[in-house]
Design a protein around this ligand. Structure first.
Ligand code: FES
Ligand code: FE
Length: 450
């Protein structure tokens, strides 16, 4: 039995289990593990903040969170995107309290200190009278987020100044982002505001559900079969490829029984197809023309899904990005963005947005299905008997699915390790291996004898 403590022996036992492809259930809700994750995972990896179309003009800003760190993301006069800690340098209150907007300066609601778009302190109320001439304002600017970078319009931040650059961190996932985000002239745009809500869930379970688990679709979302939206075939979400890329990232390219999509290019208007071809490589175009659903994730807490929705003659496709912000071992704040090709016809964008609201938005049917399951996982994972229960412990069950049985498909046209089905746990294992590698880094390293 693995003891629910974080001593060296417990970690050795955890390591042995992980090496066998087993994942102890208690780590899903353990508060000590959660604290380690905040520090060792979220303190060093890249986290998604916003899409560039949310910051259109000079002075546009949005406020976001990197777990517990409040972020003020601003476009300055030079057109650069800057990230600041959204906390006043005077007495520390939240500086900008709105979710988004446009400003020339940010004035603190507490004592009125103000900062420009470059984070410099430019105004102090009654400055000369209160502080005299000695106060050096240049020392009291806003703290910058150590790294902010973007790829294909997606802006990420990292709290570790020496972490590898974003593009290196994304690795082969960039090739798939080029399809999802770079297929259209002008790229994608965010429509509406990101919606957010709190779910009873652990971030590892939600991230895995999206990035790695098409196997749940046929059961959890059974209603879509009963409504005639999805096929009766129980393997329908398993056709296609599951691709593992670096650093715990992965993507599922779901097709259909024939190996091709129901409709070309995910039901997008035919007038857009030549544009896709022009912007993609032949290999990327081959994948996009034949895919039904892309679903995957960037470790640790960004997931995405690009489905086909609607009925014959009224099909549409959109891209949903979602960030799972941990707010405790048993809670996540879900941040959910709807993205659509900027170049798409306006009525198509509107129809796709309505489809999103009815499926993956906060009131969407698919969302409700998943939320209920996540809450129940949290609810049942805290008991004494959970301390020696692994997910799952024989070689035909979940986390061992595909172990030594499915070989990578060398003929798949994209990068990464591509397996010829999505009903396996290749991405799950990669995520959990990465999880263990990150949380155990520098733990129990013996001090050098002086
Ligand atoms: Fe911001 Fe005092 S806390 S001005
Ligand atoms: Fe689901």
């Amino acid at each position: 039995m693995i003891k629910k403590t974080l001593d060296e022996k417990a970690f050795q036992l955890l390591k042995e289990k992980m090496e066998q492809g087993l994942f102890p259930q208690w780590v899903l809700t353990d508060p000590d593990i959660y604290e380690l994750e905040i520090d060792k995972i979220f303190g060093h990896t890249w986290q998604f903040l916003a899409h560039e179309t949310e910051l259109k003009d000079s002075g546009s800003y949005v406020t976001r969170w990197m777990v517990n760190d409040p972020v003020l993301l601003v476009k300055n006069r030079k057109g650069e995107i800057k990230g600041y800690l959204n906390s006043c340098t005077h007495r520390g209150t939240q500086l900008c309290t709105a979710d988004h907007g446009n400003k020339k300066n940010f004035t603190c609601p507490y004592h009125g200190w103000s900062y420009n778009l470059d984070g410099e302190l430019i105004g102090i109320v009654a400055g000369n009278k209160v502080y005299g001439e000695e106060m050096d304002k240049s020392e009291w600017g806003l703290r910058e987020i150590p790294q902010v970078a973007s790829y294909q319009g997606m802006i990420f931040g990292c709290l570790d100044p020496v972490a590898m650059p974003l593009e290196e961190y994304l690795g082969d996932m960039k090739w798939y982002f080029d399809i999802l985000l770079g297929r259209s002239d002008g790229g994608m745009e965010v429509r509406g505001l990101p919606q957010r809500w709190v779910a009873k869930a652990n971030w590892k379970a939600t991230a895995e559900n999206f990035a790695a688990d098409p196997y749940h679709v046929q059961t959890t979302h059974r209603s879509t079969v009963e409504l005639g939206i999805s096929p009766e075939d129980p393997l329908y979400a398993g056709y296609g490829h599951q691709i593992v890329t670096e650093n715990g990232h992965g993507i599922n390219v779901i097709t259909s029984k024939t190996g091709k999509a129901r409709v070309p290019y995910q039901g997008t208007p035919e007038s857009m197809w030549p544009m896709f071809k022009k912007n993609l490589t032949p290999e990327q175009d081959e994948i996009l023309s034949g895919v039904t659903v892309f679903v995957g994730g960037v470790y640790p807490n960004l997931s995405f899904v690009s489905p086909i929705h609607g009925t014959e003659g009224h099909l549409h496709n959109y891209l949903n990005f979602r960030m799972w912000r941990p707010i405790g071992p048993e809670k996540v704040e879900v941040w959910c963005w709807f993205l659509i090709d900027k170049a798409a016809p306006e009525e198509y964008k509107e129809a796709a947005y309505r489809g999103y609201l009815g499926s993956f938005g906060p009131t969407g049917t698919l969302e409700q299905d998943d939320t209920e399951t996540w809450a129940r996982i949290v609810e049942v994972s805290k008991g004494l008997m959970m301390r020696d229960k692994e997910l799952n412990y024989n070689n035909v069950s979940n986390y061992l699915m595909g172990f030594d049985r499915v070989e990578p498909d060398q003929s798949f046209p994209g990068p990464g390790i591509a397996y010829p089905t999505t009903y396996l746990d290749a991405i799950s294992r990669s995520m959990h291996e990465n999880w263990f590698k990150l949380i155990s880094k520098d733990l129990f390293v013996k001090e050098a004898v002086k």
